[in-house]
Design a protein around this ligand. Structure first.
Ligand code: ADP
Length: 245
C-alpha cells in the first residue's frame, strides 16, 4: 500500500477540466518532483493528493484512507505557493506559527518540555532561530517557506508537500534549501515538490511525475530525461537544462 494512491482521478473547476484520469502511487520515503507547464494542474493534483480537494471521479487514498476525509491530515506538512495570501498578514510571530504545528501533539492545556524542545529543534533545523520573535508578515517569501517547514517538523509530519518553494529565492539559498530537503528525506520524510526548474528537480528528486492534465511520465529522473515525455507534455518546446552541482 502506497503512502498516497491516486486512482483514475479526474477534476474540473466548474466546466474547465484540469486533471484527466490520473493514476499514480507515491511510496513512503520517496522524493517526488512534480513537473509540467504552467496551468497543467500541478497545484490541483497536489491539493487532491493531500485531501484539500475532492476528485470528481476516481479516488485518492492518503495513509490508506480517503484523502478528503483523512483523520491523519496533521501528518502532512503543506507549504503552499502563496503563503503571503493567508499567513503573511497575520500578526503572529515565527515561534507562534511553529507552535501551531505542535497543537495536535500536546496534551490538553499546555505544552510539555518535549513540545518546547520539538518547537526549538524545528526552528533550528531550518535556520530560523534568529527570527523566532519576528512577525511572519515581515519576512521574505523564502523565510516564510522555512517557517512552514518548521511547523511541519514540529508536528512530526511524515509527508511534506511543497508548491514551488524556491520561487524568488536566490541560487545559493535555493541550494541550501534543497540540501535541507535532502536531509529530511534521508531521515524518512516523504517529499512531494512542485518545481518549475526541470534541471534542479531531476538532480534532487528520486521520482519524477510529469503532468499536463494527463500524467505523461512517472518514474526515475534518469529515464525521464532520456524520454520524450517532457517535450510531449510541454508541446515540444522544452528541453532539460543540466546543472552541475
Ligand atoms: P499549475 O500548478 O500546473 O500551474 P493549477 O493546478 O494551478 O496548475 O491550475 C490548473 C488550471 O486550473 C489553470 O488553468 C488554472 O487557471 C485553473 N485554476 C486553478 N485554480 C483554480 C480555481 N480555484 N478556480 C478556477 N480555475 C482554477
Amino acid at each position: 500500500m502506497g503512502l498516497i494512491e491516486v486512482q483514475d482521478v479526474s477534476f474540473a473547476y466548474a466546466d474547465r477540466p484540469v486533471i484527466d484520469d490520473v493514476s499514480l502511487t507515491i511510496e513512503a520515503g520517496e522524493f517526488v518532483g512534480l513537473v509540467g507547464p504552467n496551468g497543467s494542474g500541478k497545484t490541483t493534483l497536489l491539493e487532491l493528493m493531500i485531501g484539500l480537494r475532492e476528485p470528481d471521479r476516481g479516488s485518492v487514498l492518503l495513509f490508506g484512507d480517503p484523502a478528503h476525509d483523512s483523520s491523519d491530515r496533521d501528518r502532512v506538512g503543506f507549504v503552499p505557493q502563496k503563503i503571503g495570501d493567508d499567513a503573511g498578514e497575520m500578526p503572529v510571530t515565527v515561534r507562534e506559527v511553529v507552535r501551531m504545528g505542535r497543537y495536535p501533539r500536546k496534551l490538553v492545556g499546555r505544552f510539555s518540555d518535549t513540545d518546547r524542545a520539538a518547537i526549538d529543534d524545528a526552528m533550528r533545523r531550518v535556520g530560523i532561530t534568529d527570527l523566532a520573535d519576528r512577525r511572519v508578515g515581515r519576512l521574505s517569501g523564502g523565510q516564510r517557506q522555512r517557517v512552514f517547514i518548521a511547523r511541519a517538523l514540529a508536528a512530526d509530519a511524515d509527508l511534506l508537500a511543497l508548491d514551488e518553494p524556491t520561487v524568488g529565492v536566490d541560487a545559493e539559498s535555493r541550494e541550501a534549501f534543497y540540501d535541507l530537503l535532502r536531509e529530511l528525506n534521508d531521515e524518512g520524510i516523504t517529499i512531494i515538490l512542485i518545481e518549475h526548474d526541470i534541471g534542479v528537480v531531476t538532480t534532487h528528486a528520486s521520482e519524477i511525475a510529469c503532468l499536463n492534465r494527463e500524467l505523461y511520465f512517472h518514474g526515475d529522473p534518469e529515464t525521464f530525461v532520456e524520454t520524450n515525455a517532457l517535450a510531449d507534455a510541454y508541446g515540444g518546446t522544452q528541453s532539460v537544462v543540466h546543472h552541475d552541482h
